[in-house]
Structures are given as C-alpha cells and as structure tokens.
Design a protein around this ligand. Structure first.
Ligand code: SF4
Ligand code: SF4
Ligand code: FES
Length: 180
C-alpha cells in the first residue's frame, strides 16, 4: 500500500515539529508515506491517506527481483513481497515495532548499508538483504513499551512509549507514539 501525508492547515499550530524534529525521508524526492510526521504532530494536523503511485521501480530482495510502487518505504516493499510485519518479535515475521524510524529494530542491509526499513525509500536497482551482516553491532535495544488508554470525545486514544537503550552511551529514552 502507498500513502502520502496530507496537512490540515486549519489544525496546524505551526510548532515546527514535523519540519525540524522529524527526520523526513521524503525531502529529496517527495513523501514516501512513512507516517513519522503524523505520529509526531501534537495536534493531529496530518493525515496519512492512500495514494497510488504512477510508476514502479525494480528492486532485489534476497536475490529475488520484484517490481514495487515508487516512493514507498523498504518496509512497504517487503509487504509487497509477501512479508508479514509484526510489532512484537515474532519470527518469521518482520519485526518493526515503531515503524517511524525511532528504534532501528527493522534495520536490514540496504545497498550495503544497514538502514531502518520503515523510513528508507526504495529506489530503482536497490539491493536488499533481510539478514544483517554477521559483524553488525546493534545501536539500540528496544526493551519494551508502556501504554495508556484514554477516551477523548468518545474516541479511544492509546499512548505508548517504547523504551530505547543507546548502546554507545547507555542512555535510556522513550519514543512516544499516539494511536487513535
Ligand atoms: S507538527 Fe503538526 S502542528 Fe506542528 S507544524 Fe507540523 S503539522 Fe503543524
Ligand atoms: S515524515 Fe514520512 S509521511 Fe511525513 S512527509 Fe516525510 S516521508 Fe511523508
Ligand atoms: S520499526 Fe523501523 S525504526 Fe522502528
């Protein structure tokens, strides 16, 4: 499935979060529909809507060629190739708990570099290996998440925070998520 971020200007507080804090993967070639900005927006001023792509690109996943829509994330390309995505470590599914570039649990080898699949855009000729190189040392560990449920205007709202440990500094930090 391919998505695009749609900004609702009437709800925008011009706080700058989506421009200055979110590492948007669509700055060069346009939105890839990763959803990071929508989750970060404090006033639900960004909707993710389905948008079919006009063109396709050919990529290689574990040596198999596949054509996928242009301007989607590698995670979406894996779904196109038949992978199931799981928010819990649940082999053989592909583990992607935050899906917005925060935890690096979805990191795989993309064009000889380890990159998070959920925010890396596909490109023509891209070569993807779903196994990490043996010598790769993870940068972060997802320890789990805490959650909270509340009712806002009769809509259930869930707040989660993944706890991430940076293996270089030892610092533990939460990645907030709000789901409605
Ligand atoms: S994060 Fe939301 S409220 Fe802030 S500038 Fe972006 S769209 Fe506007
Ligand atoms: S953060 Fe993701 S969804 Fe938002 S504009 Fe950038 S690429 Fe699109
Ligand atoms: S699932 Fe991709 S960075 Fe967290």
């Amino acid at each position: 499935m391919s998505y695009i971020a749609e900004y609702k200007l009437k709800k925008c507080l011009d706080c700058g979060t989506c421009r200055e804090i979110v590492a948007c993967s669509g700055k060069e070639n346009g939105c890839i529909g990763c959803g990071a900005c929508a989750l970060a927006c404090p006033n639900q001023a960004i909707d993710m809507i389905e948008e079919p792509r006009d063109r396709e690109v050919t990529i290689e996943i574990d040596g198999q060629s596949i054509r996928v829509p242009e301007r989607i994330s590698v995670k979406e390309a894996l779904i196109e190739a038949g992978w199931a995505i799981s928010e819990a470590p649940n082999k053989p599914d592909f583990f992607a708990p935050c899906q917005v570039g925060g935890c690096w649990s979805c990191a795989i080898e993309i064009d000889n570099q380890v990159r998070p699949a959920c925010i890396t855009p596909v490109r023509e000729g891209m070569k993807i290996k779903t196994e990490l190189p043996k010598e790769y040392i993870p940068k972060r560990i997802v320890q789990g998440f805490v959650g909270q449920k509340e009712s806002v205007n009769l809509t259930l709202k869930f707040r989660f925070a993944f706890l991430i440990t940076d293996l270089n500094s030892g610092a533990v930090s939460p990645i907030p998520l709000t789901l409605r």
